[in-house]
Write a protein that binds this ligand. Sequence first.
Ligand SMILES: Nc1ncnc2c1ncn2[C@@H]1O[C@H](COP(=O)(O)OP(=O)(O)O)[C@@H](O)[C@H]1O
Ligand SMILES: [Mg+2]
Length: 361
Amino acid sequence: MTTDTRDDVVLDIQGLRTYFTTDDTVVRAVDGVDLSVRRGSTLCVVGESGCGKSAMARSVLQLVERPGRVVDGRVLLHPAEGGGEPVDLAALRPTGRRIRSVRGREVGMVFQEPMASLSLVHTVGNQIGESLRLHRDLSRGEARARSVDLLERVRVPGAERVVDSYPFQLSGGMCQRVMIAMALACGPRVLIADEPTTALDVTTQAQILDLFADLRRDTGMGLLFITHDMGVVAEIADEVAVMYLGTVVEQGPVDEVFHDPRHPYTRALLEAVPRIGAARSRRLPTIRGTIPDPGRQPTGCVFRTRCPEAVEGLCDTTVPPVTSPGPGRRVRCLLDEGPAPEDAPGGGDAVPTGKETTDAD
Ligand SMILES: Nc1ncnc2c1ncn2[C@@H]1O[C@H](COP(=O)(O)OP(=O)(O)O)[C@@H](O)[C@H]1O
Ligand SMILES: [Mg+2]
């Protein structure tokens, strides 16, 4: 049986709520999210567009734009091994020195559109060098040499030449590698990647996914990887969290969730993945309906307006509690039947607790 150790957690998001408040609406983009990222492990957050994935990711680093605001919850960043108490990033001032020193140095971030995040008027080397110099005292020469090293680490061919080029001279895939190099510049303990391969063609996407997997293995950093694509989750995740309308509806080890998905939304996302060898003419099933108006969340279960299994008088009136179908797994569905038979409590021999007393015979 797997034990759920907390020791290796590097980023612990607890009860996070991020709301966008305007005169007449409150969009609860993130509405009570709990997630943990472990050292040397990849947590994928998956869900359709508009589910709050980016708002969640940006909240971690206090980068939510107005009128958005983190209204509740904690984002605990645990120190490197043996180093004191965790810091609650959500309690830091968004413009303060402390959070700015966390960004880039302890927690790196890569976004979907590399072109939009890079400056067009500075060379690649100057931009990577800037991230290095922000947090470390390096001469220009040292920064350039380190930039070339970093480009080589993210497998940019001809790094010595690319370091002096401008982003517009590079392909989208190369720009994304530059962004990853910048995010790695200060050796972060956590890397957040928000749909980093969505804008890339399929071949480049596969190469960048491989790169993330290798970097995560080589550096031991925790990776929080956001995608709308279950195919990508299958490639890269150790654990998966399925998000719908600001809520995590299911999470757990990726093999178990794929093998035995418990939430109807997870099942719908999995059914929408094209299968290798499937007839080309067959239309992919899509999830029926669309995400409700984000300012008007359904009562009861957030997914019930699109759920093929929703039960009237139950799913529209009751907010589903979190239940656990197995070790390390959580699901929010009123119709879930609980633990798989082999995991059911009381189903076999009692698990020794180490506390029982030995009866004299
Ligand atoms: N600047 C903003 N102002 C108002 N609402 C926003 C803003 N940014 C995002 N939202 C809303 O927050 C919700 C979550 O958006 P987002 O986090 O971008 O979703 P995802 O990344 O999963 O596609 C959406 O309903 C979106 O309309
Ligand atoms: Mg997004």
